[in-house]
Unconditional design. Structure first.
Length: 457
């Protein structure tokens, strides 16, 4: 078989599994971004590192950093699909030390995805526990004391491991079925349900006074609350919530229809993702401010929220809806991470989807159990997760995002990138294209280096 026909065959294989429509792609991209980054991480990070000033930083970085990086990764995925190629093919075309360095870079995104997926499983298990306890209170007609139930769960190694395994079984069973029958079908079905539950719980939780105070807290840029770590955390959180640097958007971009613009995709993902994070902040901020919660910040959802609902005599149904939202979000985000890892095994070891799913399930479950085991020596799994999260998201993830964006500029044909920006249609498009390249090559590395220096001064 000739090289050309081989390429055509690979390309047609990818096209066969492309999204049915651009709507499917946006649902998947936004669905995988609507993860624990928005519901679990954003509230505690924003409260701890600057409040309204942090939100201001987050929005600025989301639009001026997040959008260019999303465009780079989606463009690379779309280009790979069109050419029927893999990043490993590009690595094999290099020589000497450059080939070795590139090979190392290719393992950074899946490493981050693997570690994050490991503690996502634990947190999702906590959420599943809260859901079952609320349902149990309905059956027994007793009050639901969320904080007590959660603290008791943290003492049980076996129960946390079991719940993490349930989360992973559900995620891998969806990914196992592939894009069309598994991932796309799940996300298109569940995302409208997720948004309805989120809006329902939001309106039921918030009183008018709380809403006003929450908006005031978020909008007022109280810059005196910022500290040396705020910029680093804001940058890391933008990348985390938009799934940039994991390789997830490269994987999803490979299934994007050819007539879809990656430029518009980047803008839409950034706008919707940022809006959801702010909505979650509006819900959580008044709860924390009114409950005088002073525990571990990463446990706000599992301690402060149920306590607030109980004290305010809010219906347990609202609490149930809220935790179902969190559980769905954790499944959605985990799906994107798993798909990234599945493609990595397929490209590196030629594993098929079924074999990759089984191998990864046991590997991630072992990693989650290992974290739980270590936490019994450090005495707090939440603090361990926070430390791992800090290293992965605020240090390694920005490096991965920079590496993927520079690879996109080097690997993808410039003519293809220009066509994504409709380069020849208007003079403004040419300026936008060169501004985008300038940002990826110079400004993004400078922003990252500056955030690290400021943090360590």
């Amino acid at each position: 078989m000739s090289k050309k026909s081989s390429t055509d065959s690979a390309s047609s294989t990818i096209d066969r599994y492309a999204w049915k429509s651009r709507f499917g792609f946006y649902i998947a991209s936004i669905g995988t971004a609507f993860g624990l980054g928005n519901l679990w991480r954003f509230p505690y990070v924003s409260i701890e590192y600057g409040g309204g000033a942090f939100v201001f930083l987050y929005i600025i970085i989301a639009f001026f950093v997040g959008i260019p990086l999303v465009i780079a990764e989606v463009s690379m995925g779309k280009y790979l699909a069109k050419k029927g190629m893999r990043l490993i093919d590009f690595k094999n075309s290099l020589d000497g030390d450059l080939k070795k360095a590139f090979g190392v870079l290719l393992y950074i995104p899946p490493l981050i995805a693997f570690v994050v997926l490991s503690y996502y499983a634990i947190i999702s298990g906590w959420t599943l526990h809260m859901i079952t306890q609320i349902l149990r209170s309905f059956v027994r007609e007793t009050d639901f004391y969320g904080e007590i139930s959660f603290l008791n769960l943290k003492k049980s190694f076996s129960m946390q491991a079991l719940l993490a395994s349930v989360h992973l079984i559900l995620v891998f069973s969806i990914v196992y079925k592939g894009f069309r029958k598994g991932i796309e079908k799940w996300l298109v079905f569940v995302m409208p349900f997720f948004l309805i539950l989120l809006l329902y719980s939001s309106f039921r939780i918030l009183a008018k006074d709380d809403l006003f105070e929450s908006f005031k807290y978020m909008i007022y840029p109280n810059f005196h609350m910022l500290n040396a770590e705020s910029v680093s955390y804001a940058l890391g959180h933008v990348l985390f919530t938009m799934s940039v640097g994991f390789g997830t958007l490269v994987a999803l971009g490979a299934y994007l229809p050819n007539n879809s613009s990656t430029e518009s995709a980047g803008v839409r993902i950034a706008v919707i993702d940022t809006s959801v994070s702010i909505l979650i902040g509006i819900i959580i901020y008044p709860i924390v401010l009114n409950s005088n919660y002073d525990g571990t910040m990463s446990e706000i959802l599992f301690r402060a929220v149920p306590n607030f609902m109980h004290d305010q005599e809010i219906s347990p149904l609202v609490c149930l809806a809220f935790f179902i939202c969190i559980f769905i979000a954790s499944i959605n985000a985990s799906i994107g991470l798993v798909e990234t890892l599945v493609l990595k095994l397929k490209n590196s070891l030629n594993y098929d989807r079924s074999k990759s799913s089984v191998v990864l399930y046991f590997a991630v479950l072992f990693s989650s159990i290992l974290m739980l085991f270590i936490s019994f020596f450090t005495r707090d799994i939440s603090l361990l997760i926070e430390k791992i999260d800090d290293v992965m998201i605020n240090h390694i993830l920005p490096l991965s995002a920079i590496a993927l964006s520079l690879i996109a500029l080097k690997f993808v044909d410039e003519s293809f990138l220009k066509s994504e920006f409709h380069y020849d249609e208007r003079q403004e498009n040419k300026k936008i294209y060169y501004a985008w390249r300038y940002f990826l090559i110079y400004l993004m590395p400078l922003i990252y280096i500056s955030s690290i220096i400021i943090r360590n001064i």
